[in-house]
Design a protein around this ligand. Sequence first.
Ligand SMILES: Cc1cc2nc3c(=O)[nH]c(=O)nc-3n(C[C@H](O)[C@H](O)[C@H](O)COP(=O)(O)OP(=O)(O)OC[C@H]3O[C@@H](n4cnc5c(N)ncnc54)[C@H](O)[C@@H]3O)c2cc1C
Length: 426
Amino acid sequence: MPKTSHRPHVAIVGAGFSGFQAAQSLAASGEFEITLLDRDGRHVFTPLIYQVATGILRPDDITVSPRSHLPRGARVLAETVRRVNFDRHCLETDSEAIPYDYLVLATGSKSRIIDIPGARDHALPFMTLEDAIVVRQRFAELLTDETLGRVPSVAIVGGGTTGCELAGSLAEWAKLLDRELRIHLLQSGDRLLSEFDAKPARAAQRRLQRLGVEVLLETRVQRVMQHAVLVDRGRPIAADIVVWTAGVAAAVPQVSAKSVIGETGKLRVRPTLQLNSNWSNSTESARNGRPSDSRFENVFAIGDVAIDGARPRPAVAPVALQQGVAVARNIYRHARGQPLKPFRYLDKGRLAIVGGYLGVGRIAGVPFSGPLAWFLWLAVHWVYLPGWGNRRAALLAWWRTYGLGARSRRPLPRSQSISSSITPQP
Ligand SMILES: Cc1cc2nc3c(=O)[nH]c(=O)nc-3n(C[C@H](O)[C@H](O)[C@H](O)COP(=O)(O)OP(=O)(O)OC[C@H]3O[C@@H](n4cnc5c(N)ncnc54)[C@H](O)[C@@H]3O)c2cc1C
């Protein structure tokens, strides 16, 4: 791809929280030529995909085309980056080689269902919008199947935020449709929501149990079969559908220097978010402001795919968003010959909801739960959801769901699964 202007060319791989934010922050100045590459060519608001899977929102409501949120000159390519060649300063996709002056790797995480016999064959991963659409089809089919002749059952593996939100919302969906459904929530640890304080986590567990969810703590899945999972000591748990929300791995494309990949499988970065090939001298190189290998001076990694070994951050959207802004600032500084600044994370807290009117959270170090946390969750997600059309759709869907107690009861029509509005354009 030939360069079309004299401005430095910034290639950003991944239009998720961090990459899309970096593209928007960089595009604002007009100082750079920007190419944003994403294998799907769209931005997905992942914290709401469980609402797609449980009949509250449509897939279109949580996706935007990055093209419509960036200035005209910025290119958005629906391409998978297969390999990064640091020596030749270029990205390799299936169709072309793309040279860069600056590179931002923001490829996020991928689902990791491993080691458990039968899991790959019989469990549904829950990570992407496509996963959520498949799960919704299967839930809707199960909830509307009149021929089963027994109580249907679902096992959700993983008692973190996603597993709890999914279990609560599914239980409410079954109640709205007046259907009996057994839901098991399987958690290997000794409590749910380990990322929250113990008290709100206990409130969430009580709520789930009131909704009829059977919470199994300290329970490890040993095998997944077609209609059951086997847990500790081979105890079978009936499950027509098994959804796997536990376990993620960094989605690193092939790179020409393996030394930048740390033991966790993530890309090692320095505090400035530049790639770091030499773990041991990261503190020294951070102090003198120079990267450990000059090939990585202009290469940055942000979001879930990156790890600063000295300060590991949680894999959450606020970190990704703040790193998107920070990387843009450091690229400006680098282009102007100014010293780069280390990334500092401002932790604004965490929120999750477990069905209608019960939220759990921690803000400014203070744990809390109840309707206020639920309302704050809706407000925060509404504000951060990109696109006015999506916000309007979410507001209507939440009014229908929580105000009127109504929800979709059907599998998605094929045409709605991935609509033309989010189909990537070349
Ligand atoms: C189900 C679920 C629920 C979550 N809920 C919450 C929540 O409630 N609150 C919260 O704070 N966080 C939540 N998270 C975590 C949050 O979504 C991530 O921390 C955040 O998305 C990370 O942003 P990112 O930019 O690193 O990656 P992502 O947002 O995942 O974006 C990565 C992008 O890179 C693209 N990509 C990957 N590989 C390639 C390639 N080789 N070539 C081209 N493109 C590629 C992908 O298509 C994707 O668009 C949730 C995550 C999941 C999966």
